[in-house]
Design a protein around this ligand. Structure first.
Ligand SMILES: [Zn+2]
Length: 313
């Protein structure tokens, strides 16, 4: 049985054809920066065409950023998609209609990635897993007793919006002191630009200019030991350590998987530092919980979306 999984990201729409838990083909297109949901639907349908169309395909799963209502396939809000200001977009039904009625399922992208890592990546064999996705924002997914936990409103696992600093830095969501405000690339970029505006220049802004401060730029500035980059990444590590420690204490997790564009780029050293920071704060001294890098890279979101479709039909 064959499924299509789509990872709808802020910069690209990446699709895979999955048979069981194996990826048979992949394709990607740029995420449209204008045109709203209609343009995104068109791009998703285009990627599915690039993958060979829907002949023999049983269903499609889409991992979407932001607040997603799995039942009904609705994207409530997608603040990290440029040009998508609309709320409560029925993305699943819209794509299904464009594909002649093929079943389409929508899942939060971090949930999809966590599911993929659990089934065939770094989380195989573990029953209680938290996936933390450090990229533009900070997403999270939660597997409890072997099952993806969505919760009654679909927000379970949203570790990026847990509080790590009371009355702290303002988050992209408008609240204060959330993990994402310290460890999400977009928030760290805002902070780096604010530091430059108030004080001496830093390498991050120098390399990024007016463009996006990519994960590559962060890695280069860290290698060059730029003081602002070092400080902001130290803050990110310590915020992630707090959030992970709290999650382990609250839920008694076996495994925490750290993935996403920025974490992938900064590598095992970054993940090891998060584990160290968490370990110092976990209530159970000598807790066996481990913190490991994600294993599937870019593929996890799309593969996870295909697994969601397979589990939903
Ligand atoms: Zn927030």
């Amino acid at each position: 049985v064959t499924w299509i999984g789509i990872d709808l990201g802020g910069t690209k729409v990446y699709g895979v054809v999955a048979q069981g838990e194996k990826v048979k083909a992949d394709a990607k297109r740029k995420t449209p920066l204008e045109g709203g949901p209609a343009a995104v639907v068109e791009t998703i349908v285009g990627v599915i065409g690039d993958l060979g169309g829907t002949d023999g395909i049983k269903g499609v799963g889409i991992g979407a950023p932001g607040a997603v209502e799995h039942e009904g396939g609705v994207v409530r809000q997608a603040p990290n998609l440029a040009g998508w200001q609309e709320n409560n977009v029925p993305l699943g039904p819209l794509v299904s209609k464009a594909l002649g009625g093929l079943p389409v399922f929508v899942e939060n992208d971090a949930n999809a990635g966590t599911l993929a890592e659990h089934k065939r990546g770094a989380g195989r064999g573990a029953s209680n897993v938290l996936g933390v996705w450090v990229g533009t924002g900070v997403g999270g997914g939660l597997i409890l007793d072997g099952q993806l936990r969505r919760g009654p409103t679909g927000y379970a696992g949203e570790i990026g919006h847990t509080v790590v600093a009371r009355d702290g830095r303002v988050c992209g969501c408008g609240r204060k002191g959330h993990l994402e405000a310290y460890a999400g690339r977009a928030s760290m970029e805002r902070e780096a630009r604010a530091r430059e505006a108030e004080g001496p220049p830093n390498m991050l802004v120098e390399l990024a200019g007016d463009g996006r401060m990519t994960s590559k730029i962060w890695a280069e500035s860290l290698d060059a030991r730029d003081p602002v980059a070092l400080e902001l990444i130290d803050n990110a590590v310590s915020a992630l350590g707090v959030a992970v420690a709290d999650a382990v204490t609250l839920l008694d997790l076996d495994l925490i998987i750290i993935g996403g564009g920025l974490a992938d780029r900064l590598g095992p050293t970054f993940v090891g530092r998060i584990e160290q920071a968490a370990r110092e704060q976990i209530f159970a001294h000598g807790s066996p919980a481990r913190v490991v890098p994600a294993a599937l890279g870019d593929e996890s979101g799309a593969l996870g979306a295909a697994l969601v479709a397979a589990a939903s039909v």
